[in-house]
Design a protein around this ligand. Structure first.
Ligand code: F3S
Length: 63
């Protein structure tokens, strides 16, 4: 599964880092780094992160 974070929307709320720290990493307040190829064991966490992001910046694909 792949994800894309719309970095023009991301405001550094860090819910994603809290919920899926193996996938998302925040440097400073708005520099979000992430692994676009989500490891299988992280799917649930990434879905929770996408749902929790206040600005819906995390787009989850099924491919
Ligand atoms: Fe950004 Fe949303 Fe995460 S605003 S830091 S993608 S919770």
């Amino acid at each position: 599964m792949r994800i894309v974070v719309d970095l023009t929307r991301c405001q550094g709320y860090a819910q994603c880092v809290f919920l899926a720290p193996q996938v998302f990493e925040l440097h400073g307040e708005e520099a979000l780094l992430y692994d676009p190829d989500v490891p299988a064991g992280q799917l649930d966490r990434v879905r929770q992160a996408a749902a929790a992001c206040p600005v819906q910046a995390i787009l989850v694909g099924e491919q």
